[in-house]
Ligand binder design. Sequence first.
Ligand code: ADP
Ligand code: MG
Length: 263
Amino acid sequence: MLLEVKNLDISYGDKLTVANANLELDKGEILSIVGESGSGKTTIIRAIMGCLPGAGRVSAGSIIFDGKDVLKNTPQQWRDMSGKEMSMIFQDSGNMINPIRRIGVQFIDYIQTHSPATSKEEAYEMATKMLANVHLPNPDNIMNSYPFELSGGMRQRVGIAMAMTFSPKILLADEPTSALDVTTQAQIIRQIVDVRNEYHAAVIIVTHNLGVASYMSNKIMVMKGGKVAESGTREEVIGNPQHEYTKQLLRAVPVIGGKRYYE
Ligand code: ADP
Ligand code: MG
């Protein structure tokens, strides 16, 4: 098992925010976390990445990643893992990447930060190869662009390209398509599935959309109010939902051509 989260409690200060979360994920599997805003989805994936904000801390339970108890990591060990073993992408990678620096400068910087022995020329080569790999046309042009000159979908591809540069074992994606129109959403989802196939990485994707979750995932976890309402294989959760909240989410998935989007 690549990732095992057991009986995890996460608190901000004294406030217990996520209670008793459990999940298991193997190489090549995709887990979707769905649930209403404020239910603790971002908090869980940030705990897995070792980057809880502010007064956030894991107050009970364990996170075992690739056989290691990462809750025992030192700050240096977290830095060594980040980008190499685990990577994260966000709702709008334009927010992560600096708006006033060209993509190329930032991509090269990212590579050299994670791999100081890499020369600028080698980093440029690596970056353009990664950009081409996520189907961005004319990587040299992209390297020369500012983030605002790209569409949201292109920026998200840049984010995926950067995140996968060092072939991490797991990609954590926090609502990576929420800022995009429906057509672009579908393209980015397919790109993430491609990344899983190519790198045989595990993926955790946070999404509001149970249709998306069903389309791409092997496993689905439904969160409500800081608790796991329901979790299981895609077939279990979609085919035989147990929790009223899951049923409600399923009813909200649009019907296209007489079929629900996830069928
Ligand atoms: P989601 O991603 O499902 O919308 P979050 O994990 O962001 O939910 O938030 C879960 C709960 O934790 C919310 O009640 C939110 O207000 C609280 N929370 C999130 N970040 C912080 C923080 N930095 N400090 C204190 N509370 C926070
Ligand atoms: Mg969130």
